[in-house]
Design a protein around this ligand. Sequence first.
Ligand code: CAA
Length: 382
Amino acid sequence: MNFQLTEEQQSVQKMVRKFVDKEIIPYIQEWDRNGEFQPSIMKRLAELQLMGVCIPEEYGGIGMDYNTLAIVCAELERGDTAYRTAVSVHTGLNSMTLLQWGNEEQKQKYLVPQAKGEKIGAFGLTEPDAGSDVAAMKSTARRDGDAYILNGSKTWISLCDYADNFLIFAKTDHDAAHKGITAFIVERTFPGISTRGFKGKLGIRAGNTGEVFFNDVRVPVENRLGEEGEGFKIAMAALDNGRFTVAAGAVGLIEASLEASVKYCHERKTFGKEIGRHQLVQQMIAKMSADLEISQLLVYKAGWLKNQGKRNTRETSLAKWIACNAAFEAANNAVQVHGAYGYSDEYPVERFLRNSKAPVIYEGTREIHTVMQGEYALGYRE
Ligand code: CAA
């Protein structure tokens, strides 16, 4: 076992940190206040070759390992959850799923431009009445000659207004529960698609999230990913990668909360001494510091399994569950450490707190992961 980052990983970390410090952090308060997603940041991510970190070079990526992707996600989330979410969806949920399940033609047509960052990918699983209960989805894809006719809608879709390609899940057999779901690569330009971004989210306000509607959209048969009925498995395998990037991002949010809190502890004095000298404040700092270490180790362990191609659903779920809960608590305590100042956007910690809530809901709620871990421990799930 080796706990040391490689030289290559250290240089990627340094490069992303520099980019975030210079090109995201100085502007993020304004973008967040105005609810503005910046497509220009996606272009910069492409220029920095960060849109296909784990994708092999032959498919347009830079062929690095999973823990390098984790480092990229953590560093991006130090800046803001919005751009980490973009990478999670584009790379973790979409491109890596094309890599795993796509045929050669699909990889050349869709994966290569996505890995280079020339096209943006999104992921559409959730529906208004089907979130945790994936098999309850109502969207349908009916075979009609050399195409499927797609109808329905998806909600809470990150990058909905900017994605070029969507990975969409729909029922091809309504009576077959999870075995009736099929996956499709759907281009935004296919007639019958419309999107609507949300306003008024609690957090990740600088991100783009919303609905995608399908009205008799003709999807060519060659755009079916995998076989009919394989969609549930494909979605779950995609979530193994998506959840990994979310957990890795949470590590960055804990780090950012800790950094901001430590800085403030040294600046602010009460009762004649720095607030860091008060033991109840130290307790919050100690918890953040311990949770940072624990979460990072869980993420790296899941990444280590992934690098070897081993099944990692249990470990990824554990990392996502623990790290996201810890990030929510760290951000909450960071506001507490800052007192009333933490309650205003003069300091970044109120944004951290708002941003930390979505990751305990999306890509498997806290409750879904708790149940999964309970079932694994009890031997009900393998
Ligand atoms: N890889 C491959 N196959 C898998 C798999 C995986 N990780 N997980 C499950 N499967 C397979 C199983 O082997 C099984 O196969 P068979 O039918 O052949 O036996 C099949 O899929 C069904 O598996 P389960 O029995 O585990 O299914 P379940 O019904 O018990 O699953 C659940 C329940 C764990 C709650 C699951 O439905 C789940 O994870 N729900 C949460 C959904 C979720 O995370 N949604 C997030 C939406 S995306 C999002 O939020 C992104 C965003 O916009 C930012």
